[in-house]
Design a binder for this molecule. Sequence first.
Ligand code: PAF
Length: 281
Amino acid sequence: MPIVRTKKELAKQLKTSNYRKGIGLVPTMGALHKGHEFLVQKAVEQNDLVVVSIFVNPTQFDKQEDLEKYPKTLEADVSLIKKVDENIIVFAPSEQEVYGENISSKNYDFEGLDKVMEGSFRDDHFNGVGTIVEALFLLVKPDRAYFGEKDFQQLRIIQKLVEIERIPVEIVACPIVREPHGLAMSSRNERLSTEIRQKAAFIHETLKSAKKFFGTKSAYYVKEKVKESFDSHSEFGLEYIEITDVETLTPVKEKKEGQKYRAFIAVYAEGVRLIDNIALN
Ligand code: PAF
């Protein structure tokens, strides 16, 4: 399986064939788990050639400490990818290869999608995500690119990115993959103790009951209920619970007929920040 480190090598690999179904790209920061495996599997089913990028992108971290702590598990990542398909191209460039001497992000106008939830807690995060994803799109020129709904806000940002930058790529949204107890798959779960990892099923359970309440109650009521449920779970600290319109991600004040809504949550457990979300209707 080719592991490619430079843009030049990547261009060479991409030139070698005729693609009937097209090229699929799965952008990742490594530390791959079953959620990523799902994306890679889907990409293999829908394309003749798949590129998985593994790059811990410095411009999307607001804290240097988080960047330094981010797990780097290239060998294990490569074996997970290989199990899905031996012909996948792994693109694992260095920071310098991607950014040269100027490690900085572009400034996008994501029309407010970046100003709420993750955007309001993580300075400049989505400009960093947009910068690296746009760079990868320009290098790989994929027909399709795969993103998980666990990072739903990121998914909406990428959809906006391709619209504003007019990049001809289909964004394929893939459902959240969960651990047996219900916790959404994330590289961060590895940092939790076994006990808390099991108890963290509470986060998904909370979202499921929010969905049930949302059928008959206001968004305000549902959010208050969620906040209350954390009073009896002191091992989890609620950072935010938000209910938004799925298109604009603006927090809902009054429910409107025919509009689609989603609930989003960010929680701290043992110092680890966990996010999750659920479609409400
Ligand atoms: O979701 C991620 O792992 C990252 O934000 C992404 C999309 C690979 C960009 O670095």
